[in-house]
Design a binder for this molecule. Structure first.
Ligand code: NAD
Length: 325
């Protein structure tokens, strides 16, 4: 069997078209959606991310503002800034860029963002609404994963669905979103680090959603321990989910984004590219090549859940502006 490859870029484009028309309507009525991104200090990785956000917002007619705050800002000063943005008539959505410096308690700041401007859907009030059938927004990545799944398999009633990963931002909200339709919900099993015999669960899944990030976690741990001078073995970075762990014909949604070396030299250092830098690759948690021969449909990494996540951030921004702007 050869799986249908689920095209996240195409779905993202479709969602962006809808968002663009909603944003134009809102702007015409004088309530232009305006996303303020709060970034603390300088970070090359988040710069790439904020540039991407700015471009994505611009492409659909959402105003984007990057608020750069000093790396040494205190928790109280940051909370005061968030209060200002909560009260601002211009800002309709707020996004907090990660990572945050050590003196900042990310959870406290996230909770300080008004739930009506919480475009990431991470505020406890918005998370809580997921239990009651959904509010205005939900976390972007879980929404993206479920969107791709529903477009691939619209009838999920009673489908054996296994989610690997139970984090607050991905695994748990995916389960909550899937359970929302009272009569048409799949049967959801949440697996995690303490799950015994993972394969016994994944092999019976009609729908398999994977969000663990195992290879990247192994690589980062190896790098940290090697830097600290420990005598460590090159880690096994092979994907968590092999083809043998997949039920023939299953829909596989790979949420993970693992940025890992392409290989290692005899000294345990990553092999280099032509520029002399570590040759890296972006892969998911699923062994895509072999899984695509057994699954019914599968998302690629990159090009699957990632682009739809960005589209969902835009959709949430317009949704909050529409509901509360
Ligand atoms: P996390 O580290 O918070 O959670 C990882 C989860 O995986 C935990 O529930 C843990 O118990 C589970 N896990 C770890 N090892 C396991 C194992 N061997 N067997 C079974 N379960 C195991 O990570 P997260 O923030 O939830 O992110 C998960 C993945 O999703 C990462 O790869 C991340 O990069 C990716 N992600 C992608 C997007 C996107 O836009 N596509 C957005 C957010 C996160």
């Amino acid at each position: 069997m050869s799986a249908k490859i689920i095209d996240g870029n195409a779905v993202a484009d479709e969602i962006k078209k809808r968002v663009s028309s909603d944003a134009a309507e809102l702007t015409a009525t004088g309530s232009k959606p305006h996303l303020t991104a709060v970034q603390i200090g300088e970070n090359p990785a988040s710069k790439i991310y904020t540039n991407m956000q700015a471009k994505a917002c611009e492409s659909v007619g959402i105003e984007y503002e990057l608020l750069n705050l000093p790396a040494e800002i205190s928790q109280d000063d940051l909370l005061a800034k968030i209060s200002e943005l909560n009260a601002s008539a211009e800002t309709t959505g707020i996004i907090l860029q990660m990572p945050l410096p050590a003196q900042i308690d990310a959870r406290k700041v996230q909770i300080a963002i008004s739930p009506v401007k919480d475009v990431e859907g991470m505020h406890p009030e918005n998370m809580g609404r997921l239990f009651y059938g959904g509010g205005v927004v939900a976390p972007c990545t879980p929404m993206a994963a479920v969107e791709l799944l529903k477009r691939t398999r619209p009838d999920l009633a009673g489908a054996e669905t296994v989610v690997v990963g139970h984090s607050e931002i991905v695994g748990k909200p995916i389960a909550m979103i899937l359970l929302q339709s009272p009569d048409a919900a799949p049967t959801v099993t949440l697996c995690h680090i303490a799950t015994k015999d993972l394969a016994s669960h994944t092999r019976r899944a009609d729908v398999l959603i994977v969000a663990a990030g195992v290879s990247q976690a192994r690589w980062l741990s190896y790098r940290r321990r090697k830097k600290a001078g420990e005598d460590v073995r090159v880690p096994d970075l092979s994907p968590l989910i092999s083809a043998e762990m997949i039920k023939p014909g299953a829909v596989v949604i790979d949420v993970a984004i693992n940025r890992i070396p392409k290989g290692f030299d005899e000294n345990g250092e990553p092999v280099k590219n032509e520029k002399g830098k570590n040759a890296m690759q972006t892969v998911g948690d699923v062994d895509f090549e072999s899984a695509a021969r057994i699954a019914g449909a599968i998302t690629p990494v990159p090009g699957g859940v990632g682009p739809v996540t960005v589209a969902m951030l835009l959709a949430n921004t317009v949704a909050t502006a529409k509901a509360f702007g």
